[in-house]
Design a protein around this ligand. Structure first.
Ligand code: AMP
Length: 542
């Protein structure tokens, strides 16, 4: 055996922030803060504060290597600092999804055994209701808070005090590249949310690959706006990608409506931005409703998280000359697995055919592999016709969930089963046509149809209930609940909403409650959702 004689240089988050500071210290990090004010500083400023924060995590908060440290916050510079300070202290950065129900968040924090939560003051009202149920949290650090804030939360520390206490000459904690640096939970289908632990190595490899030309194609010429929340699959990797590519970085915190986003795109001359379909559909519709005088600098928008209607890809290009870059992935896959761009051999195609290719989910990134597995368990040919479930494996694909043994999450030969269904064509472009998982994706966020059904069926007046996804112009999908009442009983939609709000977030509520005599069932007695969807689309689900 003859080994290469190269240095064994670890792939770590520490090395990403060192690179960003060494090579691009002058690049800007700009935040529109929750109170509407703007904050601007440079990578060099961010680096110094992050060192102080990492040192205070250890000296003041007692964080040990491997501890989970949660965030409950919007996208802004302090959140960006935490993305590097927590792994820099040898710990695991765990952004919490602020849109989940109190019950789900409480479960997640307790399951992850988070030691500290960094909380945005503007989100305190969402956090207070479940704070007393958090078993492992020793400190809550408030960001962007007045010192006179009234709260029931115990053991409050203020973020800026921590930074003041920290030491700028702190040495990053040395880590093995396979140690965990980040963690996100993915919504459960039938069971609880499941934890995904990312390693320094997987995060580094995902980020360096994601900035390359066939993928996000980011460079030091770009001004990047991250609309994708930092709690969604580690912000799709953008904080790491921004420092490696040397972009200027802009974050919108809670200003996520089309009008303020367009203002940010204009004011900060953004060249690339990421977001789920609902964001881009909203921005396009607003630009058409209220045209702006100056042309946007946006050359490309990154869209993923749910299917994006081809009409928008076409119209963005036609009306504003802005290109769509479409990607696919999952929390379990860091997230990006495939990316859709045209290649040289596509140039001769008609505009219509080009749009069709862009609306496919794309080809796999180097470092990951994808296959379609047919119902009979064989790998389907790449013919664009044979349908099956997508399975993936690679450097940034989950090998197991955190503290949970999930039956059948992987194939016998170790590939991760995605629950997405579709084809791969002869040029390697995958296309999703369906999914096996019983979930609804609304505005880029999951809703479990099974959890809704279970709650509805626990209602004393409901005999049975089944929930399916129906198309929605704004949110892409929304839940539709079909309910059968017990004899002589009835419940109004408002009463159902109030009842469900005890366990669900507002965005998860059904768009409609359809009262039916019976729910269609399959041969084995399960709710026949395929049939329900078909009947609904034909206006016959009554
Ligand atoms: P999450 O873990 O919340 O990011 O959800 C991942 C799932 O979102 C995938 O398994 C798909 O079902 C869906 N998804 C993500 N990206 C796309 C896309 N580009 N097109 C269609 N569905 C997508």
């Amino acid at each position: 055996m003859l080994y290469g004689q190269m240095m064994n240089y670890p792939l770590t988050i520490q090395s990403i922030i060192e690179y960003g500071n060494r090579v691009f210290p002058h690049k800007e990090i700009i935040s529109k803060m929750p109170d509407g004010s703007w904050h601007r500083y440079t990578n060099a400023d961010m680096y110094k504060r992050t060192k102080k924060l990492a040192s205070a995590l250890i000296s003041r908060l007692g964080i040990q290597p491997g501890d989970r440290v949660a965030t409950f916050a919007w996208n802004h510079y302090q959140h960006f600092e935490l993305y590097f300070a927590i792994p820099g202290a040898g710990a695991v950065c765990h952004p919490l999804n602020i849109r989940l129900s109190p019950e789900q968040i409480e479960f997640i924090v307790n399951h992850a055994e988070d030691k500290v939560v960094f909380l945005d003051a503007s989100l305190i009202k969402l956090f207070e209701p479940f704070a007393s149920g958090l078993k492992t949290v020793k400190h809550i650090v408030l960001m962007n808070s007045s010192k006179y804030l009234k709260t029931s939360l115990p053991n409050i520390i203020f973020y800026e005090d921590l930074i003041t206490e920290g030491k700028e000459d702190f040495n990053w904690v040395e880590v093995d590249e396979n140690q965990a640096c980040g963690m996100c939970y993915t919504s459960g289908t039938t069971g609880n949310p499941k934890g995904v632990l990312y390693s320094h190595r997987s995060t580094y490899l995902h980020a360096i690959t994601s900035i390359s030309p066939n993928v996000a194609n980011l460079s030091s010429k770009d001004r990047f706006l991250s609309i994708c929340p930092m709690f969604h699959a580690m912000a799709w990797g953008f904080p790491f990608m921004s420092l490696l590519a040397g972009t200027d970085t802009v974050m919108p915190s809670k200003h996520l409506q089309p009008v303020p986003l367009i203002e940010i795109l204009q004011r900060e001359k953004i060249t690339v931005a990421n977001g789920v379909p609902t964001i881009w559909m909203g921005i396009y519709d607003e630009l058409i409703r209220n045209p702006i005088k100056e042309k946007l600098h946006l050359r490309e928008y990154i869209v993923g998280g749910s299917a994006f209607p081809a009409g928008y890809i076409k119209n963005f290009e036609k009306d504003f000359g802005i290109q769509c870059f479409h990607a696919w992935g999952m929390t379990e896959t860091s997230p990006v697995v495939t990316a859709s761009r045209l290649q040289a051999h596509h140039e001769k195609l008609s505009q219509e055919e080009k749009i069709k290719i862009k609306s496919k989910q794309g080809i796999e990134l180097p470092g990951v592999e994808i296959r379609v597995v047919s119902d009979d368990g064989t790998t389907a040919p790449r013919d664009g016709k044979t349908i099956g479930e997508f399975e993936v494996r690679g450097h940034w694909v989950i090998s197991s969930y955190f503290k949970m043994n999930i039956d059948k999450s992987h194939s016998d030969d170790g590939w991760f089963r995605t629950g997405d269904v579709g084809t791969i064509d002869e040029f390697g472009y995958m296309e999703i046509t369906d999914r096996t998982k019983d979930l609804i994706k609304s505005g880029g966020e999951w809703i479990s149809s099974v959890a809704l059904e279970t709650s509805l069926m626990n209602h004393p007046h409901v005999a049975e209930a089944s929930v399916i996804a129906i198309p929605d112009e704004k949110w892409v999908e929304k839940p539709l609940a079909c309910v059968v009442f017990k004899d002589g009983k009835s419940v109004t939609p408002n009463e159902f909403d109030d009842y469900l709000l005890r366990h669900f977030a507002k965005y998860q509520l059904p768009k409609e409650y359809l009262v039916v005599k019976e729910i269609p069932r399959t041969g084995v007695g399960k709710f026949d959702k395929k049939k329900m969807r078909k009947l609904y689309s034909e206006g016959k689900l009554v």
